[in-house]
Design a protein around this ligand. Structure first.
Ligand code: SF4
Length: 418
């Protein structure tokens, strides 16, 4: 059956929404939808590059641009001769609106208007296919009410809106029934889950209830967590629920209090260190990933060294490091900048520290038995999210036991566990 092609840029939430758009565009021919990202200027540049290349490769295909970059700058994309239609983030899940042949070039509604994740997303059938991936994503929350000074996302995604538990359970059950062993709950600011729902259920409480109602789900992960807003239920779940993977990714951004203050983050260095201490007390083998921005405006060398030392003090294993990228329209873009060369140097130093931490962690897994979700060929990831190369064949999507014998090129090497 004909099918529109969906090109996904950016985050897990975009991947989830692309899965809905894929289902919504079954039967539609000669159409490509590009689900864009706007987290950095580079992401927007990539979107334009993809559009131009696509038009060169397929001169007659219909090109529809959606996602965060389209929501923020619809006019810029509509002005591109390669583009046929621009659709907003609040409109893209409406099958009729996304591909309508109504003569409209731009269909972008006010992203600040929605107050709940109602409409097309809630009404449609649950997503059951992630196009060959073995890990599925489920949206539990949308938008953000915070205003971190470097971030443009709230203006692309709108206010915080939570998905009711019943819909999450239906979605997760649908994916489990389709054979998915591992699911990542995603959103923009998941720690704000429930703030807009009756009874204000916390993220931890929602996850606990969801897991109780979907006993067949084998492995659960959460997307980035705000160190200032991790609720007690989440720590209890970490201690009591083996299906909750021992791997937490923190939206840390920096390890210096003055930088965090100028970022308008809600946590301090000490708060973040305490989060790691509490999580380890709950689950001693837990590992942490973290997002870090290098060279935020006004960051001095001593401030940077505080961030570097926080990596060790918190015992972080997986670092996602971004040299600061100014986003027009954000308060940080008006602050005195750190030279680009310095940003890149600091990012390299952080990445090197991350590389050493990961190498130490991988070495520490030799001799242990890992439970591996097979992704492709003989590759997969263990419960701690470390990449594993298997010395034996296993079907994609299967969960297998592997005895870790070695570390080669940044991957654990495992033989079949008896
Ligand atoms: S919490 Fe901050 S960084 Fe995250 S989406 Fe909201 S404003 Fe952006």
């Amino acid at each position: 059956m004909a099918q529109a092609r969906i090109i996904t840029l950016g985050c897990r939430l975009n991947t989830f929404e692309s899965a809905i758009m894929r289902a919504n565009t079954a039967g539609i021919e000669d159409t490509v939808v590009i689900n864009t990202c706007a987290v950095t200027a580079e992401a927007e540049r990539q979107a334009r590059q993809v559009i131009r290349r696509l038009r060169r490769e397929r001169p007659r295909v219909r090109i529809i641009v959606t996602g965060c970059a389209a929501q923020l700058n619809p006019g810029a994309f509509a002005a591109m001769e390669e583009v046929d239609r621009v659709v907003g983030n609040a409109d893209k899940l409406d099958a009729a609106l996304l591909t309508a042949d109504d003569g409209e070039d731009v269909v972008v509604s006010d992203i600040m208007a929605p107050r709940e994740t109602a409409g097309p997303f809630m009404a449609g059938p649950p997503v059951t296919d992630f196009g060959g991936r073995t890990r599925a994503f489920v949206q539990v929350q949308q938008g953000c009410d915070h205003r971190c000074t470097f971030c443009i996302i709230p203006f692309a995604r709108g206010p915080n809106r939570s998905v009711p538990l019943a819909r999450i359970v239906q979605q997760v059950q649908g994916l489990v029934d389709s054979g998915y062993a591992e699911i990542v709950l995603t959103g923009v600011d998941v720690c704000s889950y429930g703030a807009d729902l009756a009874g204000r259920p916390s993220l931890g409480r929602m996850v606990r209830l969801m897991l109780r109602r979907v006993p067949a789900l084998r492995r659960l992960r959460l997307t980035s967590l705000d160190p200032a807003a991790m609720d007690d239920d989440l720590f209890r779940l970490l201690a009591e629920e083996p299906r909750f993977m021992p791997h937490l990714h923190l939206s840390l951004q920096a390890g210096d209090d003055m930088v965090l203050k100028r970022m308008k983050r809600r946590h301090t260095r000490a708060d973040a260190i305490e989060v790691c201490r509490r999580a380890r007390a709950a689950r001693p083998d837990v590992v942490f990933g973290a997002d870090l921005i290098a060279g935020f405006p006004t960051e001095t060398e001593p401030m940077f060294l505080n961030t570097l030392s926080a990596v060790a003090e918190m015992g972080l294993t997986y670092l996602h490091v971004f040299p600061y990228s100014p986003r027009p329209g954000t308060p940080a873009a008006r602050m005195p900048e750190v030279p680009v060369t310095v940003r890149k140097e600091r990012a390299a130093i952080l990445r090197a520290a991350g590389g050493k931490a990961l190498a130490r962690f991988l070495e520490s897994r030799i001799g242990t038995i890992a439970e591996v979700l097979v992704e492709k060929g003989r590759s997969g990831r263990c419960r701690h999210y470390a990449p594993v190369h298997l010395g034996f064949d296993a079907p994609a999507g299967a969960v297998v036991g592997a005895r870790i014998a070695n570390v080669v090129e940044g991957r654990l090497v495992g033989t079949r566990a008896a």
